[in-house]
Structure formats: structure tokens, C-alpha cells
Design a protein around this ligand. Sequence first.
Ligand code: ARG
Length: 362
Amino acid sequence: EDAERVELGDATLMPGLMDMHVHLTSDATKHGYKRLSVSLPRAAITGVKHAEDTLMAGFTTVRNVGAPGFADVALRDAINAGDVPGPRMFVAGPSLGVTGGHCDSNLLPYEYEQYSEGVADGPWEVRKAVRRNIKYGATVIKFCATGGVLSKGTKVGAQQYTLEEMKALVAEAHLRGLTVATHAHGTSGIKDAIRAGVDSVEHVSLLDDEAITLALENGTYFSMDIFVTEYILGEGEKAGILEESLNKERMVGKRQRENFEKAVKAGVKMVFGSDAGVYPHGDNGKQFARMVKFGMTPIQAIQAATIHPATLLKQQDTLGSLSEGKYADMVAVPGNPLEDMQKMEDIRFVMKDGQIVKTLAM
Ligand code: ARG
């Protein structure tokens, strides 16, 4: 009754947006060796700013898929306690991966003994790593099935975890009631991850027809970050991205966009995942126009950021649409985004859980 009245005028009201692939504690201006100078506490504080930037861009829920030192857990807890503004966060803690893989840290030579906290090899080690992440607050599990673009010395197309390891990891996470997100660019890694039962595959750059069939059979979601290539190739060098990574991106970005279109046409379940943190937080919405350019209808793109992520996270009873009994998470843009997807970059109104956190003239 006492709710503030907001004049929406000629605006479109939508459910709060959901981004299934962010790294709130990562700074897009610091990549490669520059990132080594960022301490864990500094990254956590940066995360506070990024959380607010993300919320103001209309993303009322995010899945944070990898953060050193459980800084994402701390950020989530601070947001939930009302200490700082930010989106609802589903958090992975440190991403799991093989020794020397994409989710390890490979920048320094042997004598520095540098490795990431998520390194785990073999079925029982990965099960233990899942248990450890849950113990310290993770609500989703993220692992790296293949090499990547931004990691030093990894082959983007090469599989890293074996099917045996992935099956153990997924079984352990599901046993405990958590969903699993998998970084996978390479074809065999994508397919083994789906065979192992992961809930979503991230990037999915080098998919083939069999990967699409497997995803359809298993109900696996694809989260394809098709905007970030523009930032990596445009601003990446300045931000410290290594030349070898720029070269990998030149190959992967284009293939990923073509394959996005294929997956959409085939009817694979798609969720919005941006990899913000690689590019600036708050620019998440720039991906909508690309999703339409590369094969989605406007309403499919919006559903990829609303009802589909809610279902992926098994939160469809509380999130993802404007209906009775769900959290009052909503956003508004001027005009009609179904006619011009770039409107999704112009969020003027944000409500999270019934609280207005942003309201600008329409
Ligand atoms: N974090 C990802 C990686 O390093 C970024 C890939 C971005 N490129 C792309 N075309 N989606 O592999």
C-alpha cells in the first residue's frame, strides 16, 4: 500500500535480468601479469563496486562462476546482510581444474610454486574439492573441462578433465544438491561434460552436431558469451591480455558466434552468460543485441536472461518471471526492446525483492 509510485510512461517492465556467467571480483582492466598484483582483499573490495554496477544494469541475479579465496561467498553474504548493494548471487568459490589447466594459474615458473586453490586431479580429489567448496559456502560448482583463451599455455580445443573425473565431480555435486557449470571450448570436452551430466556448458565455442544432439537429449543448457570477443580483441592488449590469448581469441570468437546460431536453431536451451569481469561489469546488457544478431528472436534473448536461468538454477518457483509468489525483481527500459534490443543497455528502473534500487526518468 505504501509502495512508492513510479511513473513508467512508455516503458517496458520485465523480470529482473539474470547473468549466468560473471566474475564480480575480477577487474577487466587487469589481465595476464597485471592481475598478479591484485591481492585477494583488493579483489573483494573491487567486487563490491562491480556488484553495484551489475545491479544498476538490471541484473538482479548472477551466477558467479569462479573466484579465488571464496571472495564471492563474502560478497554474497555482505549483499544478503544489506551491507552493500548487489544482485542475488549464486557462487562457485574457486573453479576446479586439472594441474596446469585453464583453471590453474600458469603465469609463474616452477620455483614460485604457484597454483590455484581449485586444482584437483583424479576422481577422489575432485570429489574432495567439491566437498571443500561446499563447506566454505559454494552454492554451485564450476570446473574447467578444456583449455581456454585467457590462460597461459593451454590449448583452447584440448580436453583437460577425463570423462571419469567429470562423472565423479558431477555426481558429488548433484548428491549434495548443487548444479554444475563447465567451462568448455573444445569439442571432446564439451561432449564428455554433457555425458557426465553437467547442468550447463559455458562458452561451447567449438561444438559439433553430436554436441547439439547430446545437449538436446540431456536437457543441458548452453551459456555462450558472444559479446566478450569484441572487448578482448579491442581493449585486451591494453588490459594485459597476452598475445597468445589474443591469437586464441581470433580463432574462437568467430566460430563461437557461428555455433551460437546453430545451437539456437536446433533448439538447445540457452541462458545468458556474459563473462563480465573479462569485460567491464555493468556492460553485461550489450550482449542482448548480439544474441539477436546471431540468431535469436528478441523474446528468446530476454527469456535466456530470465526464465531459463531460473530453471537452470532450479529457482523457477521464486525467480525468472513476474508472477505471484516470486521475488519482486523487475526492471524497466524506455520503449520496446522487442523492436530494438539495444534498449536492454538502457535500464532506467530496477527493483530487487520489492525494493527500488534505481529509478531514472523514462
Ligand atoms: N574466460 C574465457 C576463456 O578464457 C573467455 C573466452 C572468451 N572468448 C569468447 N569468444 N567467448 O576461455
